[in-house]
Design a protein around this ligand. Structure first.
Ligand code: ADP
Ligand code: ASP
Ligand code: MG
Length: 242
C-alpha cells in the first residue's frame, strides 16, 4: 500500500462543483488501495476576503489574532471536502494543522514547519480513512495557531509527505505544470516535463507562485519528489526532483 499526499489549491476547490471534483480524485486513489492525505487550501479568494475583514477592524492587524482568523479559510475547505467524500460513500476525516500535529516555529505570518508532533494522521490512515489536512497552518510551542505565509499550503503538503514518508506528493493546481514563465501571461511559455530542486527554487524565489519557495526548500532537504499537475485536465505535469 502506497501513501499519497495530494494538495489542491484555492482555485481547484473554489466552488462546490470543483470541491466535488477534487474529492473524486482523492476517492479514486483511495479505491485503488492507497493511503490518501488530501491537503487543501482555502477556497479561491477566501484568504484575501478574511484579510480585508481584519483590516476593516484594524488596518495594522498582524500576529496571533490574524493567524487565528486566516486559518479558518482552510478549515472550511477540509470540512466541506470531508462532507463531499462521505456523500460519495468514502470514509474521511478533516483535521486542522494543530490536530494533525504540524508543529512550527513560534512566529506568526510566515512560520517554518518543524515536525509532526503526534501520530493522528497515521492513525486515521491506518483506520482506512482519507485524511484531509488544512493547508497553510500549524501550531507553535505555546499551542497557538501559526500560518506559513501566502501560498503555504504547498509547504504543508511537502512537509506531510516528508514526515509520513509518503510515496507520492502531488500538487494539483490551475495550470498543468511548471513553465519557464507564467503560462497565463506568456502564451509561448514552455512546460518542463521535469525540473531540479535548484532550478525550481530559482523560479519560486523569483515569484513563480506555482510552488511556494519553502515547499521547494523542504522537498530538497527531505528528497521529496513533487509532481505538479492540473486539477482540471488529464495531462502529464512536471516532476520536481533531485
Ligand atoms: P494554487 O491556488 O493551486 O496554489 P497558485 O495561484 O498559487 O495556485 O499558483 C498557480 C499559478 O502560478 C498559475 O495560475 C500561474 O499563473 C502562476 N505561475 C507563475 N509562474 C509560473 C510558472 N513558471 N509556471 C507555472 N505557473 C506559474
Ligand atoms: N490560503 C492561503 C493563501 O491564499 C494559502 C494557500 O492557498 O496556499 O495564500
Ligand atoms: Mg499556491
Amino acid at each position: 500500500m502506497s501513501c499519497y499526499v495530494m494538495k489542491f489549491g484555492g482555485s481547484s476547490v473554489a466552488d462546490a462543483k470543483k470541491l466535488y471534483a477534487a474529492a473524486r480524485k482523492l476517492a479514486e486513489v483511495h479505491r485503488q488501495g492507497h493511503q490518501v492525505v488530501g491537503v487543501l487550501s482555502a477556497q479561491g479568494g477566501t484568504t484575501d476576503a478574511l484579510l480585508s475583514r481584519a483590516r476593516e477592524i484594524d488596518p495594522d492587524c498582524s500576529g496571533r489574532e490574524l493567524d487565528m482568523l486566516l486559518a479558518t479559510g482552510e478549515q472550511c475547505t477540509v470540512s466541506l471536502c470531508a462532507m463531499a467524500l462521505r456523500r460519495l460513500g468514502m470514509p474521511a476525516v478533516s483535521l486542522c494543522g494543530w490536530q494533525a500535529g504540524l508543529k512550527t516555529e513560534d512566529r506568526h505570518g510566515d512560520a517554518r514547519v518543524l515536525c509532526l508532533e503526534n501520530d493522528r494522521v497515521k492513525r486515521e490512515l491506518e483506520a482506512g480513512k482519507i485524511v484531509l489536512v488544512a493547508g497553510f497552518q500549524g501550531v507553535d510551542c505555546h499551542g497557538d495557531i501559526t500560518t506559513l505565509g501566502r501560498g503555504g499550503s504547498d509547504t504543508t503538503a511537502v512537509a506531510l509527505a516528508a514526515f509520513l514518508h509518503a510515496d507520492r506528493c502531488r500538487i494539483y493546481t490551475d495550470v498543468d505544470g511548471v513553465y519557464d514563465r507564467d503560462p497565463r501571461k506568456f502564451s509561448d511559455a514552455v512546460k518542463f516535463p521535469e525540473i531540479s530542486y535548484n532550478e525550481m527554487l530559482v523560479l519560486a524565489r523569483s515569484g513563480a507562485k506555482v510552488l511556494h519557495d519553502r515547499c521547494v526548500e523542504l522537498a530538497k532537504q527531505y528528497g521529496v519528489e513533487v509532481e505538479v499537475l492540473s486539477s482540471f485536465r488529464e495531462l502529464p505535469g512536471t516532476l520536481v526532483h533531485g
